[in-house]
Design a protein around this ligand. Structure first.
Ligand code: KIV
Length: 287
C-alpha cells in the first residue's frame, strides 16, 4: 500500500531547497481519482472547474457546497494516496466567517484533507478562522475564475508593476495566515517566480510559468477529453476525446450489424435446461 501524502509533507516542499516539483491534477469522480492515484499524482484537486468540464456550465459560479461535497465524496471513495483538496465554491466563503467554517467542514466530512479558496488579502479573516478550526487551506491568487465577472473575462493578471507587487504581497499575507500552499493562476512567468521566491510555502502554478514549486492542470485538458477550449498553458498528453468517439462509433456499428454481442459475451442455459425448454438443437433465429 502506498503512503498517503499529507499536508505537512506538502507544506515543506520548495524547489529552491532541492525538492522535486509537486504535481496536482483535478478529478471529480472515483475513476478519475483512481487514475490520478495510479499515476502517482501528489495532490488531487476536486476543482470547481467541475462546473465547466463535467456539468457543462460556462463558468465556475454555478456549483454549490452540496455539488462540491458530492464530487469530493466520489473522489474520496477511491481512497487515493494523493492528498485530496476540495475547492470552496463561489459564495461559500464570502458572506461570513461562521458560514465559511461550516461550508469547509462539509467538504472535509465528504473526504477532503484540505480546502482551496480564491483571493488575496481580503480573504485573511476566513483563512485564519479555517486554520483555527484545524482545516488546512490552499490559497489561489492571480486569475481567479470565480471573479470572472469582476475581471471582465478569464484574463492574465499581474502584468503591470503595481499589480505584480500586489500579488506578491497577497501571497506573503496568505502564507503568514497559515495557508500550506498557494495556487498561482494566469500570471506572467516572471511574476510566478517572484511570488515563489517571496514565500516559504510551495506555489502550484497553472499558466504561471516554470518557476513555481509545482504545476496543476485540469484532468479533461491533460487527457484531451475537453476539446472546446485550449488555453496556451495546457499540454495535452492524450486524445481521449477522439479515441472515445472512435470506440463509441465502433460499438454502435457492431450493434447495428449484429456483431455485438457474440456468444462469448452472452450467458447460456445448461444443455439439460435448454432441452427441457425444447430449445436443444433448435437454432434461435434472430428477431
Ligand atoms: O477548479 C480548478 O480546476 C482550479 C484549477 C484551475 C487550479 O481551481
Amino acid at each position: 500500500m502506498s503512503t498517503r501524502i499529507t499536508v505537512p509533507s506538502v507544506q515543506g516542499r520548495k524547489v529552491r531547497r532541492g525538492d522535486v516539483p509537486l504535481v496536482m491534477v483535478t478529478a471529480y469522480d472515483a475513476p478519475g481519482a483512481r487514475m490520478a492515484d495510479a499515476a502517482g499524482i501528489d495532490m488531487i484537486l476536486v476543482g470547481d472547474s467541475v462546473a465547466m468540464v463535467v456539468l457543462g456550465y460556462e463558468d465556475t459560479l454555478q456549483v454549490t457546497v452540496a455539488d462540491m461535497a458530492h464530487h469530493t465524496a466520489a473522489v474520496a471513495r477511491a481512497t487515493p494516496a494523493s492528498l485530496i483538496v476540495a475547492d470552496m465554491p463561489w459564495l461559500s466563503y464570502h458572506v461570513s466567517v461562521a458560514d465559511t467554517v461550516t461550508n469547509a467542514a462539509s467538504l472535509i466530512r465528504a473526504g477532503a484533507q484540505a480546502v482551496k479558496l480564491e483571493g488575496g488579502r481580503k480573504r485573511l479573516p476566513m483563512i485564519e478562522a479555517l486554520v483555527d478550526a484545524e482545516i488546512p487551506v490552499m490559497g489561489h491568487i492571480g486569475l481567479t475564475p470565480q471573479s470572472v465577472n469582476a475581471m471582465g473575462g478569464f484574463k492574465v493578471q499581474g502584468r503591470k508593476h503595481e499589480a505584480a507587487l500586489a500579488l506578491v504581497e497577497d501571497a506573503k499575507a496568505l502564507a503568514h495566515a497559515g495557508c500550506f500552499a498557494i495556487v498561482i493562476e494566469g500570471v506572467p512567468d516572471e511574476v510566478g517566480r517572484m511570488i515563489t521566491e517571496a514565500i516559504d510555502i510551495p506555489t502550484v502554478g497553472i499558466g504561471a510559468g516554470a518557476g513555481c514549486d509545482g504545476q496543476v492542470l485540469v484532468f479533461h485538458d491533460v487527457l484531451g477529453i475537453e476539446e472546446r477550449v485550449l488555453p496556451k498553458f495546457v499540454r495535452r498528453y492524450a486524445d481521449l476525446g477522439t479515441e472515445g468517439v472512435r470506440a463509441l462509433g465502433a460499438y454502435a456499428d457492431d450493434v447495428r450489424t449484429g456483431r455485438f454481442p457474440s456468444a462469448a459475451e452472452s450467458y447460456s442455459l445448461e444443455a439439460r435446461t435448454a432441452e427441457t425448454l425444447g430449445l436443444y438443437g433448435t437454432p434461435i433465429s434472430p428477431v
